[in-house]
Design a protein around this ligand. Structure first.
Ligand SMILES: NC(=O)C1=CN([C@@H]2O[C@H](COP(=O)(O)OP(=O)(O)OC[C@H]3O[C@@H](n4cnc5c(N)ncnc54)[C@H](O)[C@@H]3O)[C@@H](O)[C@H]2O)C=CC1
Ligand SMILES: O=C(CO)[C@H](O)[C@H](O)COP(=O)(O)O
Length: 300
């Protein structure tokens, strides 16, 4: 089938490439001419604007957005709007907030599918896991492309109505934060504990048959292999955090306790703080109530 792909960065190139490899006719556009040229080298037909992409697709357009979440999605939809009608399908494969997706589904003439995409650029060969929300007919219409972009037919499914795809992906990311934190804490104890251990060896052994084996643990093994058992010069700083924040906000609204996901998010925020105010105050308060010595910054 014909597919338009808009947004050809780390993820969009994979959507385009896997669709081309599966025999679909892909028309590709990115604000970056270089990114569009890369997709063209891999077999997609290049477009020089959203309007051009729509003209090349003709009737019953099937369009996959893989642009950054937020303003870029709204800007692209605004450009698409004059070219869309109710027979068309637009997929947002990025990490959009589920409420933004339900709003966009209401505002857009086309059928709108919110598609949570997991696997990252490392899944270029194996394919992604796709969590899709939106009208059933539109999901069915996109199945040939979902089969190509996902690991296969078991790598995608319709979660439910509009918003549900991005909702499931949001919670997936909350779980991702918690798993990363759990592995991090375990390896920290091993690194600072009683034995002189080779962390790559520990991770490899765990990955072969242990209860806690997983892809994230394989990535731990890779990290120790490439950076060393002590992680070399990798900084104590974790960026990102939007999807984890949304997960915690939603849990508060639903009154569902998610202390482990919250703690992982808080640790991430904490990694960006140099000299926590609360710890400095605790240090000073111990002097206040117990006349315990105050450690001063110059004492480091
Ligand atoms: N990188 C990852 O591991 C994953 C990313 N995602 C989500 O997928 C989406 C895309 O992520 P990446 O590919 O990593 O980002 P990226 O930054 O590598 O690529 C984004 C591309 O979109 C283009 N772009 C931006 N605004 C545009 C517009 N208005 N029209 C056309 N092109 C435009 C940029 O030029 C760039 O080539 C994001 O929502 C991200 O959160 C989802 C799962 C995993
Ligand atoms: O969705 C993802 C993985 O599942 C993406 O890698 C996303 O960019 C992670 O961002 P953050 O760490 O800020 O949540």
């Amino acid at each position: 089938m014909e597919l338009g792909v808009i947004g050809l960065g780390r993820m969009g190139q994979i959507v385009a490439n896997r669709s081309v490899e599966a025999g679909h006719d892909v028309v590709a556009f990115d604000l970056s001419a270089e990114a569009t040229a890369t997709a063209a080298e891999n077999g997609a037909e290049p477009a020089d604007s959203v309007a051009d992409l729509c003209e090349r697709l003709g009737e019953e357009k099937r369009i996959w957005l893989m642009v950054p979440a937020g303003d870029a999605v709204d800007a692209t939809l605004a450009d698409l709007e004059p070219h869309l009608d109710g027979d068309d399908v637009v997929v947002d494969g990025g990490n959009s907030h589920f409420e933004a997706s339900t709003r966009r589904a209401e505002e857009t003439d086309a059928a709108y599918l919110d598609c949570g995409t997991s696997g990252g650029p490392a899944s270029a060969e194996a394919g992604f896991s796709l969590m899709v929300g939106g009208p059933a007919w539109a999901y069915e219409a996109m199945v040939p492309v979902f089969d190509a972009v996902a690991t296969g037919p078991d790598g995608h499914d319709r979660m439910g109505e509009s918003g549900s795809g991005h909702y499931v992906k949001m919670v997936h990311n909350g779980v991702e934060y918690a798993l990363m934190q759990a592995y991090g804490e375990g390896f920290e104890l091993l690194a600072d504990g009683r034995y002189d251990l080779d962390m790559e060896s520990v991770a490899r052994t765990w990955n072969n048959g242990a209860v806690i084996r997983s892809w994230l643990l394989e990535l731990c093994e890779e990290a120790f292999r490439e950076e060393g058992s002590d992680l070399g010069d990798v900084a104590d700083h974790v960026a990102g955090g939007s999807t984890g924040t949304w997960t915690v906000e939603e849990a508060l609204e639903q009154e569902v306790p998610v202390p482990i996901i919250y703690q992982a998010l808080a640790e991430r925020f904490d990694s960006r703080n140099e000299g926590r105010f609360s710890r400095r105050l605790a240090n000073r308060l111990r002097y206040g109530f117990g006349r315990h010595e105050v450690a001063r910054r110059s004492d480091d």
